[in-house]
Design a protein around this ligand. Structure first.
Ligand code: PLP
Length: 349
């Protein structure tokens, strides 16, 4: 009789929220819908695809366009079916049997999920409970003592919206012998990317995604690393991991640098406004304990009764993310932010 391995028995499929929400501020997507001119350009490119053929296994044009946008060498780039695919791939590839992975908490939930699936033991470094900042030296000693072969974390961090400085990142990478995977999913909304250092280090993989800047629907992410690491990633990924439609849409997306930058600016403006307005509300409402400064496209809010506030918002058709005593709220359109703030004010009356 077949028995499921123990580590697989407790897994549950990812459950995005469902239901009729009129305001979706839970998934850190961009609130900017794709404009018609861009849709038309993508539609025209998709029309020309040779659907009976496999797509370009090397994603040559896509990697060139991505690299040009970020001013890096396309030889350092691996494309993936979302950066999620790449996270799983990296964990499965670079950790041998019994080898440990280090992570921090709180951080992106998929790291531990992929580790669990792969049967990889983890060592978890807790962030400072008050500031939720990353204690660089504390993390370095922790990883060294744990003997982990891989450290993965997001910078800026999902869900805390905090950021380690470039100097901190360099210190971490240079102090550790293990592989460092720095997930820059939110770095477009902040300064301090170390993408330009990818070539220099033999123990660094950076992750990027299109999902937070306006293209979550096409599932497209990237790993950037030196040629030796990139060679490994290219060898272990499945040969046609990025489908032809995604490659076509991604090429067009990254051809419009000015448009992407304008989207990012609008998202940052919305985040700043949301941060400011929540902080102002916090001045009046004692339930709002702290509004963390944000380097991402969402705001992390420490609240008393977070769960009941979350449920109350959901009842009003407003989806945010509940994380313990915190709410993570994606920056939305002006209208969505306003609906959220009005509802919040009403709930906290
Ligand atoms: C959203 C997110 C991702 C996932 O990106 P996809 O490209 O959509 O798979 C990766 N890392 C972090 C930290 C994220 O928040």
């Amino acid at each position: 009789m077949y028995e499921l391995p123990k580590r697989l028995k407790s897994l549950i499929p990812y459950q995005p929220i469902t239901g009729a929400y009129s305001v979706r501020l839970d998934a850190n997507e961009s609130f900017l819908d794709t404009p018609d001119w861009l849709r038309e350009e993508i539609a025209a490119a998709i029309k020309k695809i040779a659907f009976h053929r496999y797509p370009d296994p090397l994603c040559t044009e896509l990697r060139e366009k991505f690299a040009a946008f970020f001013h890096i060498d396309p030889q350092l780039v691996t494309a993936g079916n979302g950066s999620d695919e790449l996270i799983g791939l990296i964990i499965n590839t670079f950790l041998g049997p019994g080898e440990k992975m280090a992570m921090v908490r709180p951080d992106f939930s998929m790291y531990s999920i992929y580790a669990e699936i792969a049967g990889v033991p983890t060592a978890v470094y807790e962030k400072e409970p008050d500031s939720l900042e990353l204690d660089r030296d504390g993390l370095i000693s922790f990883v060294k003592e744990s003997g982990a072969k891989l450290l993965i974390f997001s910078n800026p961090c999902n869900p805390t919206s905090q950021k380690a400085t470039m100097e901190d990142m360099i210190q971490i990478i240079e102090s550790l012998d293990c592989l460092v995977v720095a997930d820059e999913a939110y770095m477009d909304f902040s300064e301090g990317s170390i993408l330009h250092l990818a070539q220099k280090y033999d123990n660094l993989i950076l992750l990027k995604t299109c999902s937070k800047i306006g293209m979550a629907g096409i599932r497209l992410g990237f790993a950037v690393a030196n040629p030796a690491l990139t060679r490994v990633l290219q060898a272990v990924r499945s040969p046609y991991n990025v489908n032809a439609m995604t490659q076509a849409a991604g090429c067009i997306w990254f051809s419009h640098g000015d448009y992407i930058r304008s989207c990012v600016e609008q998202i940052k403006a919305s985040r700043n406004a949301l941060c400011r307005e929540l902080a102002a509300l916090g001045e009046q409402k004692k339930e709002i304990l702290q509004v963390l400064p944000s380097y991402a496209n969402f705001v992390f809010l420490h609240m008393s009764h977070a769960k009941s506030v979350f449920e109350n918002l959901a009842q009003q058709g407003i989806a945010v993310r509940l994380m313990g005593e915190y709410l993570r709220i994606t920056a939305g359109s002006e209208m969505e932010n306003k609906q959220l703030l009005t509802a919040l004010e009403e709930i906290l009356k």
